[in-house]
Design a protein around this ligand. Sequence first.
Ligand code: ADP
Length: 327
Amino acid sequence: MARAADLELASVTKRYGDTTAVDAIDLKIKAGTYCCLLGPSGCGKSSTLRMIAGHESVSDGDIVLGNDVVNDLPPAKRGTAMMFQSYALFPHLSVRDNVAFSLKMKGVNKVERSIKATETLKTVDMERYAERLPSQLSGGQQQRVALARALVTDPQILLLDEPLSALDPFLKIRVRAELKRFQRELGISFIHVTHSQEEAMALADLIIIMNNGKIEQQGNPRDIFNAPATEFVARFIGGHNVMPIDGRKISVRSDRLSVGPGGTAGTPATVRDVEYQGTAVYVSLATESGLDMMAIVPERTFYARPFETGETVSVSWDPADIHELAA
Ligand code: ADP
C-alpha cells in the first residue's frame, strides 16, 4: 500500500532563459489532499507539476517530500508518479503488461511484476480486463488503465496533467468522480493540473490559483468562491460581478443580484441577453455607466416576472453580499 506524504515547495522558481515560468512559490500540501493547480494557459501549472515529478529541473528553491529534499532525485526515485493520458498506453501490449511496464524498467522479475500489476488493476476495478489490448476497452476503461500504470509503483503522490482534457463531456464527469473516489480510497495526495474552474471546484480539497508564475490565492473551493482575494480570482472562477465603487473594487456573486422592473429601487440597466439554463436563467445586463453584469435568477423567480432583451430593469443587491477585493 502506498505511504502518504506531505509535500512542500519552498520558494520554488523555474526559469527558461529570460522567461520566469514559476516565480518563487511557497506551497504546502498535506498528505491525502486532492489538490488542483488552476489557472489560465501559460501561468506555470505544468512547469510546477513537472518540477515536482522531476521531469524538469528546479532553477531555485526546494521541493520537500516527506522529510527529504528531492530536487536532485530522478523521477523514479522520488515517490511521485505521473499519470499520462490514456492515449499514451502501448497499443501492442495487454492491459497487464502496460501496467507492469514501469516495474520491468525497474528490474522487477516477471512473476512479481505480474502479481503487482494484477493487484493494482484490482484497485481500479479492472482486473477482469487484464488480457485485453487497450483498443478493446472503452475510453473510461483506458483511463483507469492509465491510472493503474501510474499507481503500480506505489507513489506517495500522484501527479496528473490535464487528465480529462481528451474526454467527451459525459465521460469527463464520470472519470472525474472516479478519480476522486480512488484518491479517497488510496489516501495519498493527487496533484491535478487544470484550466477548468468547474473541474477544480468538483474535485479539490485545496485549489491553488496561479497567475503569471505566482500563486494568486489558495484554499478550499468554497472559501475561494465566497471570498475571492483579487479581481483576477473573481473573474477567473466566474459567477461574480466585479465593480469599481467609490474608488475601490468589489465583487457580488451573480446569484445574489436581484433584477426588478425598471424604475424600482436599484441601479438601472438594460437586458442584453436572456439564457435559459434549466434550474436558472442567466440574465446579461449593461448598466448606464457601461458596466456589464450577469444575474443568475432561479427559474421560478424569473418566470414569475420574466424580462426581455432590450428591457430596462433595476439591479440591486444586499450590502451584506458585497465582497471587497484587494487592490
Ligand atoms: P501552463 O501549464 O499553466 O499552461 P507552463 O508551465 O506550461 O504553463 O508554461 C509557463 C511559461 O513557461 C509559459 O510562458 C511557457 O511559454 C513557458 N515555457 C514552458 N515550457 C517551456 C520550455 N520548455 N522552454 C521555454 N519556455 C517554456
